[in-house]
Design a binder for this molecule. Sequence first.
Ligand code: NAD
Length: 498
Amino acid sequence: MRTISHFVNGQTLEGTSGRFGDVFNPNTGEVHARVQLASDAELDAAVQAAAAAQIGWAATNPQRRARVMFEFKRLIERDMNALAEMLSSEHGKVVADSKGDIQRGLEVIEFACGIPHILKGEYTEGAGPGIDVYSMRQPLGVCAGITPFNFPAMIPMWMFGISIAVGNSFILKPSEKDPTVPVKLAELMMEAGAPAGVLNVVHGDKTAVDAILTHPLIRAVSFVGSSDIAHYVYQTGTAHGKRVQAMGGAKNHGIVLPDADLDQVVKDLSGAAFGSAGERCMALPVVVPVGKKTGDELRERMVAEMQTLKVGISTDLDAHYGPVVSAQHRAKIADYIRIGVEEGAELVVDGRDFALQGFEKGFFIGPSLFDGVKKGMKTYQEEIFGPVLQIVRAETFEEALALPSEHQYGNGVAIFTRNGKAAREFASRVNVGMVGINVPIPVPVAYHTFGGWKRSAFGDTNQHGVEGVKFYTKVKTITARWPEGDHEGDAFVIPTMK
Ligand code: NAD
């Protein structure tokens, strides 16, 4: 069986911990590889390599660093099909969706290609007599990223794309569930001309994460995953003096006003709720129709739409979505459906019995629909992260606005309407970080930034865009005077600009 090893200092590093994790093909349910799980020693080897490489990399001029990014982009485009198939075979999402995963990461690399311009500092001439003040952004040193299973290409690229472009070296600890593509990305970064040690991949579980959070040479940690772990990473990392951004879970609502184009809404909702088997942090697992008529019509059309969905293996070009990532995750989703019934929601469509002929051991689950979901229910409060859509009915705009605003998560939200004034007011008042107006999955483009509110993000800096550049750099401000004559003034008084 294939073993997936760490990638450190430009080459494969065989693990010494003796611990391994199983990597499944969710289509077949079979273990298709095993991944090494790092101990402190392997993580330390990566940090030492990264620290040594960072000095020369930071001294490389930004234009040359940008050229590596341009070449990396070209290589990913060259290998797009193979990477997407590799990704699908471990994650389970359909190949077209895997290409989207890679493409959205690549857009951050495109942003990073402009780093010479973005890194330009600020300058004030004549801030005082003969005094000029300028500021510049410098890299932090060794940075690390810990990523979830659901976007094994995009999220690593959000992080290392910016971090490396600004002159840091990087250690990526990808999800142990689908670790092959992250290693491939690091290999391609070397092929693109990044020096060995600039991008390293260390596989592992909590042990590796803890080693990252406590290692004295790691300056900043970016995390994306579930909220409890995000919170733990934020607290532990900051307690060890690190800069930390930690993105967590989500429960995004789609608000449907009575004037919305329901045909379009149903198509959009179906893709946003069931696409990638609901395993997206920007999925729309909750729909809030406003008014009884909107709710009844939406439900009827959604049931019809769900009957057209094809669940298939990830290489099936006609499939709308594939299996979920693991047997445990499928069991967890089925359990939430059971709890939903127990707590009194109406299960309109039940996807639990779905099985795909010839792939009975695969981790498939059909789409499910609940109506009559209420605010206090556990299945409403918590993230299910599967192909389950919940209808939570509202009578008024205000009631609909309050639902996502008061929810513990605040990642994304969407409103569907033809009324510009209502949409504008909603976007302004809703207590959520990313808003879509007739856009079901409002993942911001790479030159804006990605980040939720409340329990969807800990720390105060978003991913990628200019916020990402700020996260991975520190500002130095220089106040300079070139004396022409004798020194004047009182050296014991705080300098003021006369
Ligand atoms: P997860 O929290 O289980 O794992 C994320 C990372 O943390 C992995 O690298 C994993 O190895 C590590 N980890 C797991 N258990 C740990 C522990 N006890 N201590 C320390 N580290 C640990 O998340 P997942 O299941 O891989 O991904 C799905 C979750 O990620 C969902 O909650 C989803 O909403 C969230 N997510 C959020 C965003 C966002 O930007 N807000 C984006 C994508 C996914």
